[in-house]
Design a protein around this ligand. Structure first.
Ligand code: SR1
Ligand code: MG
Length: 402
């Protein structure tokens, strides 16, 4: 019989014993089976299901290295961060994250709601599926979790206590390397560029001094701007969707950082989907929904942000006339920069996206990657110019028509 008072990495049969011992979710006579279903880069994810009642739950366990490679030594503290952030996000943005049933600091695992009736957004987008509530739900999630954890709303000492709780050095270091350094230098020799775009990237990314200078500025802003409790990895693999429901998962990269880091990640990943759809001549209705979703993500975020500001801001100086718009503009500028950084790193860095890598036709993949990379450069170099959804979309459409 396994001893769950000492940490070890569980196998599927041990997870069954674990949930029987640690939770009362299933009936005593349940007929449990368990499968490891994780396909992320870091952790192990088990689905436990009762063959009799059909009830199911997820057990997510963290190891002390990344699942994809022992190169990444990681504190298991990330699963504490994920569990606690999910609970907090559930309070700030009800219905938009999975329920957490149990966090176990010995076994470094979290037991949570099974969302198997949902699909990972990236997979769904690559299949050309439409989700009418997506922009509305994601902007509510971002405005609530970002603005309400910032200094303009929270009592300042309480906010600083959260900064301390969510210090996340190892996972931040992954982003500092994979988002803000390696795509511009390949100093760790692991960018593994798509051969047909290698020369272009060497000339236009590694070879662009102005771009690398802007990337350097952004790296230190990411490291020092403790503005809000950000999700920290809000790409389309961190969102589960079904027709009438959106759930944000995996906040293990959460820390106090710039709000635009989350918004830019959402916008960039929608642009990947658009570029793929454009070069593969996807269904017009789908492309038009994607375009509306890109625009709505920016515009609804701005609208809800200003409305929430009126309702929730407490800091006396933050109530100065015009400060709300000034603050939002700086978040939108960060959004444009991060949109560019995420687009470059997912094509010219280690952690690539299937939206690009599964385009079978070489010419189409070259075109899709270049649309993203050219737009990304513009977002970074002219980050102050984009304040509306239409302006964001125009950059990408112009790059596609060149
Ligand atoms: C080593 S982890 C690679 C990437 O996967 C995560 O989802 C983050 O995006 C990270 O950069
Ligand atoms: Mg993840």
């Amino acid at each position: 019989m396994a001893d769950f008072n000492t940490y070890f990495l569980m196998k599927a049969d041990e997870v069954i014993s674990y949930v029987k011992e640690k939770t009362d979710f299933f009936d005593r006579n349940a007929d449990l089976s368990c499968t490891e279903i994780g396909d992320g880069n870091l952790n192990y994810v088990f689905r436990v299901i009762d063959g009799k009642s059909g009830k199911s739950q997820i057990v997510k366990q963290a190891g002390d290295t990344a699942r994809i490679s022992d190169e990444f030594k990681l504190s298991t503290n990330r699963i504490r961060i994920e569990s606690n952030v999910l609970k907090l996000e559930g309070e700030l943005a009800p219905g938009l994250v999975p329920d957490v049933y149990l966090f176990d600091e010995v076994m470094n695992c979290c037991v949570m709601e099974d969302l198997s009736d949902h699909t990972i957004l990236r997979t769904a987008l690559n299949e050309g599926r439409i989700f009418p509530k997506l922009a509305d739900d994601l902007t509510t999630f971002m405005v609530n979790t970002l603005l309400l954890t910032s200094d303009v709303v929270m009592e300042h000492k309480a906010k600083k206590a959260l900064v301390q709780d969510y210090i996340n050095p190892e996972l931040c270091e992954i982003s500092e390397d994979l988002v803000y350094s390696e795509p511009f230098t390949d100093h760790n020799n692991r960018n593994d560029l798509f051969p047909a775009n290698k020369e272009w990237i060497e000339e236009n990314i590694y070879g662009d001094d102005k771009l690398r200078f802007e990337a350097a500025k952004l790296k230190f802003a990411f490291m020092t701007n403790a503005q809000a409790l950000v999700h920290g990895d809000l790409h389309s693999g961190s969102v589960f969707v079904k027709e009438d429901s959106t759930k944000v998962i995996d906040p293990e990269f959460a820390f106090y950082g710039p709000m635009g880091y989350d918004v830019g990640n959402v916008v960039a990943n929608l642009i990947f989907a658009w570029s793929r759809a454009y070069v593969t001549n996807a269904d017009e209705k789908y492309v038009s929904w994607l375009e509306d979703t890109i625009k709505d993500t920016v515009d609804l975020f701005a609208k809800k942000f200003l409305a929430s500001w009126q309702e929730n801001v407490t800091d006396i100086m933050a109530k100065e006339q015009g400060f709300d718009r000034w603050y939002l503009d700086s978040v939108l500028q960060d959004t444009a920069s991060v949109t560019g950084m995420e687009m470059i790193r997912r094509i010219a860095g280690l952690a690539k996206v299937k939206d690009m890598t599964t385009i079978a036709d070489e010419a189409q993949r070259v075109a899709a990657e270049r649309i993203c990379l050219s737009s990304a450069k513009q977002f970074i170099l002219e980050s102050a110019s984009y304040k509306t959804g239409e302006q964001f979309l125009t950059v990408v459409k112009d790059a596609a028509s060149r």
